[in-house]
Design a protein. Structure first.
Ligand code: SAM
Length: 271
């Protein structure tokens, strides 16, 4: 691979959404639900609440205000190190935690069974860990489970509503259309001479996500036919006749064929 191509690939890689747990950004309604719970159940009062974990952050050199409480979602890859660092310094915290690997002797594990859908789309089984519950080594929190689940569900519904639905002209082929056709079991392809890939096919200030293929008239007709077929196949469960029904139809056809009427009468006869 040439150096130029390698640099370009590395540049593009930076913009790809990351799905590791370290890159799981918390939807604000979920964070608010956790903060509300903490205010009700932990001794926070009017102490400042801080969030030292962000891109390029350095929690060990963060400027912690006096008497503050850390409530944040940290990078899970260094979770133990973070807990120990706060415990050693007596800095109170409530942290989002990996559900299956954060039970520890010196903190309280709060098991809640919450699969949180983070901003990068990753679904992560999340628990919480705190050093603000004294000598309790582990606890459940049904109300935290309820409120985080509700906030997560509401947030997902909102995000789905926010997705723009676009309808493209017939001569524009989109990746989703090909996916739908495949799902429907429809064979379809377009030769290179019949299609041209473009970044933006239509007038739109917000732009389009991903490239489109502009189609010639012949290819457009082929696409429309395949789309129709796919829609039919996906529309409903296709029922098949019973053997008895097939036999009845065969008898009807046979009787009709043997009928004494001339063929043009048979064709239009209801009998
Ligand atoms: C799981 S994300 C959560 C971000 C944010 N706190 C939230 O709740 O949406 C963890 C963040 O911590 C950052 N991070 C990684 N190492 C860190 C460190 N040593 N100190 C502070 N932040 C760090 C990561 O870059 C990432 O942005």
């Amino acid at each position: 691979m040439s150096k130029k191509k390698q640099d370009y690939d590395e540049f593009i890689e930076k913009f790809k959404p990351k799905k590791t747990t370290d890159d799981c950004y918390t939807p604000p309604p979920v964070y608010e639900a956790v903060l509300d719970w903490a205010r009700k159940h932990l001794d926070i009062g009017d102490r400042p609440v801080v969030r030292p974990f962000y891109p390029g952050g350095d929690f060990e050199h963060f400027d912690y205000p006096d008497n503050c409480v850390v409530i944040d979602n940290p990078p899970f890859s260094i979770f133990s190190k973070i807990c120990n660092w706060y415990v050693e310094r007596g800095i109170p915290f409530l942290l989002f935690a990996p559900a299956m690997s954060s039970i520890k002797q010196n903190v309280t594990y709060i098991g809640v069974s919450c699969t949180i859908t983070y901003e990068n789309g990753a679904n992560v089984n999340t628990a919480f860990v705190t050093n603000m519950m004294g000598d309790i080594i582990c606890t459940t929190a049904p109300d935290l489970h309820e409120s985080v689940k509700k906030a997560n569900d509401d947030n997902l519904k909102q995000s789905k509503k926010a997705i723009r639905k676009l309808s493209f002209p017939d001569c524009v082929l989109r990746a989703t259309t090909l996916q739908t056709m495949s799902r429907a079991g429809v064979d379809f392809c377009i030769k290179r001479e019949q299609g041209c890939v473009v970044g933006q096919a239509c007038e739109s200030k917000k732009g389009e996500f991903g490239n489109s293929i502009l189609l010639s008239d012949t290819a457009t007709a082929k696409k429309l036919a395949a789309e129709k077929l796919a829609a039919e196949k996906l529309a409903a469960e296709r029922l098949t006749l019973t053997e008895k029904s097939k036999a009845i139809i065969a008898q009807l056809n046979e009787a009709h064929a043997k009928s004494s009427y001339p063929s043009y009468v048979r064709l239009f006869s209801p009998y």
